[in-house]
Design a binder for this molecule. Sequence first.
Ligand code: RNT
Ligand code: ZN
Length: 420
Amino acid sequence: MSKHIEESYALAREVYASYGVNTEDAMRRLASIEISLHAWQGDDVVGFENINHALTGGCQVTGNYPGRARTADELRADLEMALQLLPGTMRVCLQGHQVDRMLPGRDRDQFSMDNFSAWLAWAQEHRLALDIAPCFYSHPKLDHGLSLSHPDPAIRRFWIDHGKAIRRIGAEFGRVLGRPCVCNFWAPDGFKDTPADRDFPRRRLLAALDECFAEEFPENELLDAVEPKLFGIGSESCTIGSHDFYLTYAARRNKLICLDSGHFHPTESVADKISAICCQQGRILLHVSRGVRWDSDHVIILNDELLSIARECVAWDYEKQIYFCLDFFDASINRIAAWVIGTRNMQKALLCGLLEPRQELIRLEQEWDFSARLALQEESKALPWCAVWNEFCRRAGVPVGFDFLPQIRAYEQQVLSLRG
Ligand code: RNT
Ligand code: ZN
């Protein structure tokens, strides 16, 4: 098997060389792109506060496949299993309620490293960088669908303090692990029906964010991101943190804008936004997800949307300005399979982008030969990228192709199926 992989790769390498593409360079670049594995696929966005807050804020996880991680220990074991099956450089991203322990009488506004220390030790042991996001939902203080923009100062205070607490924890992750932690703010705030006042809630969100971000941390410890959304379930008529709101905010305050591929109108291209933002020195956090008819957070598949997003990330060497985080959650299939399938698809898409015969395409474009450009774009879809992908996996010591599934099945039998 391994011999076939190497032989196929040798042939593919020559084919690509004839198009002016160096497959070794492509694999080197792919290996250097860090992808943040979103821990919330493993616990169905439930968190470990042991209070069983219902999932609110418009996010929904459907399915009850056995084996959801019920504790942070179980989640870490599951992540380890998934990470073994993934090539390339991985990080892990947590939600602010995925504490590894609760402390008596301390709610989210008072979380500290005491609530996350086992995560830090685990990341150190596995040489992983950590990212984090405050969790402004699934809590009774999300009132009438509002958190940071709520009119009641006491409710705002609670959420502002949560945001500050999570940033502090993130900065410590970054400091101890020696790699900056990306801390992403997404708040579900919005109105189901037409509000009389769209302005004041936005001013309140603005002031609340400024307060959250007032404490300064060096960029080698913490990078702040803000995540807009077009609409959500329960906020169909007005989302306080809309795209225009946060894009302007990120530009003014030097934050990363988070582009979630499920957060735009279905005909709007996230891929097209990448150069528009990056060419102005902007940095982007990507939440790579797949909406089916709505922001449903399906496991990402190797479709045109994913390919075009990945292509735009690598085509102009923007991958150093882009932070890749996955954001899908499916509880109707094995959760580890979901992580592995989706993450490998992200990496395959990036590889396809890296293997594109770009110099030739650009040359044709500069010569106004749009017929040949289209011809080559289409022909290049059938180039043997999969032989390069298999070789990439082989060199990384992870299963090639479908071979990752038996290990997931074995883990399901030995571990996941025993969870109640
Ligand atoms: C919600 C946002 C957000 C969430 C996570 C779980 O629409 O995409 O990033 O997916 O907080
Ligand atoms: Zn998201």
